[in-house]
Write a protein that binds this ligand. Structure first.
Ligand code: FAD
Length: 419
């Protein structure tokens, strides 16, 4: 058996790790020189930044397990903080170190900036959802779910909506209520640690894909960086990959590329046409990340701060670098970058007081950051109509929206199907 994995994002490297751990040599092909795909390191102004700010939550159990397996210690590489959300001067919520579900009830009931009625309605909503097993009879939009359950405008604005848009990367009026509930079930409503925020202390290539590469190499596998596969062909001897200089045949192929890169790759495999048609119906949403490098130290009142303006969230990247993130589409995408940075800087000043403008900035717009997670969205399975050809990635069928954990779980699922 010889498996080829095309794409070294989190999904591809999870598949490679799982196969290597099971004693199967794999060859990973990655078009870029940097591993990590949409969650990869981007050097800028002498700093190792990321293609976009990412965070993890404690519920990412499979990514955390694989990190440990490849020798990337999550306790060192991630800063674990109990669930907390702060919109300075407007709302603050913090979960005490109590066992679940008391931690969440206490966080909701003691949140400042929300009326007592709003807090009670939020607790009631969580209780009803738990009783229903976080299952809806039929999917609807997040906005409709909030209306059906009488959630107050303040709690929607400062709690549910920020959670929805950052997890599903889809505007609340369009986002799938069922996928939102899946996220609540496995984070806020699960054991206390699942709702912890895990903030990176390193870049996202170093967090998992690079240690995973070392693990794969140490078990006889290969990782070919800077090698784009142009097409996969099926022959009686196995799969052959255009762009693989070795000319070798593979018994199994795992395509771990983003959905919009699959079409060209499988153009010579007519059995995959129905899968491509399904993928062709996916829409995508952008994510904007702006790095602001200040000439002096700047300090936010928390490592992650809600803004709800041009920036949705601000992060303290280092003493003098702040990161702003805005999920999904919106008018911010029409702004020239200087105007956008000026607005975000004004929002920073609104939080920390007047401060000199950034000395440099870097704006990254990932136009197809994730698929649009709408009610009833159809996602392909790992297994395809072509034997021994598998798909993995954050868009593959799963309970989760397009996240690192969804990508990793799909990679593991493919590896288990192969071996
Ligand atoms: C800005 C931004 C912020 C995000 N924030 C978060 C967050 O906070 N938390 C979270 O959990 N998720 C977040 N996500 C989502 C997360 O990044 C993705 O779900 C995840 O990285 C997808 O991984 P993947 O392996 O499925 O795909 P990708 O990362 O797209 O990997 C595919 C890989 O395939 C390679 N490739 C493509 N074609 C070829 C070819 N022909 N030959 C060889 N290689 C090829 C690509 O170069 C790429 O490396 C964010 C995404 C973005 C863009």
């Amino acid at each position: 058996m010889r498996a080829a994995i095309i794409g070294a994002g989190y999904a591809g490297m999870a598949a490679a790790t799982e196969l290597a751990a099971r004693g199967h040599p794999v060859t990973v092909f990655e078009a870029s020189r940097t591993l990590g795909g949409r969650a990869r390191r981007v050097e800028s102004h002498g700093y190792p930044l990321d293609n976009g700010q990412h965070i993890l939550v404690g519920a990412y159990s499979e990514l955390l397990r694989l990190m440990r397996l490849v020798g990337a210690n999550p306790d060192k590489l991630l800063e674990r903080r109990p669930l907390g959300l702060v919109f300075p001067g407007r709302m603050q919520l913090a979960a005490p170190r109590l066992p679940a579900p008391l931690h969440l009830a206490a966080a909701l009931l003691t949140a400042s900036g929300l009326s007592f009625g709003a807090r009670l309605a939020a607790v009631g909503f969580m209780r009803r959802m738990k009783q229903a097993g976080f299952r809806l009879a039929g999917d609807t939009t997040f906005a409709e779910l909030m209306a059906q359950h009488g959630q107050h405008a303040s709690v929607i604005r400062y709690l549910w909506e920020p959670l929805c848009i950052s997890a599903l990367n889809t505007p609340p009026q369009e986002a799938s209520a069922q996928v939102f509930l899946n996220v609540l079930r496995d984070s806020l409503a699960a054991k206390r640690e699942a709702s912890d925020l895990l903030l990176p202390r390193t870049d996202f290539s170093a967090l998992f894909p690079e240690p995973a590469e070392r693990f794969v190499l140490s078990r006889g596998g290969e990782v070919r960086r800077g090698t784009a596969i142009r097409a996969v062909d099926w022959t009686p001897y196995g799969f052959q990959l255009e762009g693989d200089a070795s000319g070798r045949s593979y018994t199994h192929v795992i395509a771990a590329v983003a959905p919009y890169h699959l079409g060209r790759l499988v153009a010579k495999l007519p059995r995959l046409q129905p899968v491509l048609e399904e993928i062709g119906r996916l829409d995508y949403e952008p994510i904007l990340t702006a790095y602001l490098g200040y000439p002096q130290p700047v300090r936010l009142p928390g490592a992650m701060v809600g803004v709800g303006g041009t920036a949705h969230f601000l992060f303290q990247r280092s003493d003098d670098i702040l990161t702003a993130v805005t999920s999904a589409h919106g008018p911010h995408l029409d702004l020239p970058h200087e105007a956008l940075v000026a607005r975000i800087h004004a929002e920073v000043c609104g939080i920390i007081g007047e401060t000199p403008p950034p000395a440099w900035s870097r704006v990254i717009v990932e136009k197809r950051a994730t698929f649009a997670c709408r009610p009833g969205v159809r996602r392909p399975a790992c297994e395809t109509p072509l034997a021994n050809f598998y798909l993995c990635g954050d868009y593959v069928a799963s309970d989760y929206p397009a996240t690192l954990e969804a990508a990793v779980r799909s990679g593991i699922a493919c590896a288990r199907l192969v071996s």
